[in-house]
Design a protein. Sequence first.
Length: 267
Amino acid sequence: MRVVIQDNYEKMSLWAADYIAKKINAHNNGPEAGRPFVLGLPTGSSPIGVYKELARRNQAGELSFANVVTFNMDEYLGLPHEHDQSYWYFMHDNFFDHLVDMKPENINILNGMTDDPEEECRKYEEKIASYGGIDLFMGGIGVDGHLAFNEPYTSLTSRTGVRNLTTDTRIVNSRFFGNDPEKVPSQALSVGIGTVTDSKEVLVLISGHNKARALAATVEGGVSQKWTCSALQMHNGAIIACDEEACGELMVDTYKYFLDIERGERL
Ligand code: GLP
């Protein structure tokens, strides 16, 4: 696992956007350019800086999304697209609407209004597989370490399915629902931990004091379904991009190790 520690949220976002842009450009100029680059995407406050920078590069003509297919991690069950807290709305508002060459038919987001959630999830897995899997899955994590909506004790081999949200998560996410946890949907559709770890690479953004315990669990804890983010330790291409604030619960040795090993240039 790589852990890339940046001074603050802005630098973390620029680093992650640069990494993603380099991967897309390398793909489009490489031997596999004939097939699309498949990118997994999250919602939340963590990726907003990355989305801004990727859109800026796209508008400046430095990065094309014409050959990119995206799959989002999750969606609230029962929220229509036009609801301003649906993840469909978030993704268009914060990212897709700002890209000049993203093809709408290449955007995949689980449909939270489906009348057959099981079938919706099965088809999603099938569609990911039809592209040969995901090249790079960007993610964020919750304060309890949930990756997508895979709350503590979700199987580390789980696939896309319906998830019940914990009261804690509904309280945390209530900041977007007028501070009323009851207004936060109690269920969501979410890719599984197995869906994420099947990706060739996983890049997870972790920033702020409130994620410090989750970062320590991701990097230093044992692999356990209690912290579903810890599954990344079993992945051969996992990168954590984090800021200083999130490092508060790391051991000094761990912190120094990653600063040391990441000093040089690498991709
Ligand atoms: C939600 C999403 C997760 C996201 C998490 C963290 O619960 N389902 O995919 O990673 O929030 O959000 P934030 O980045 O706002 O802290």
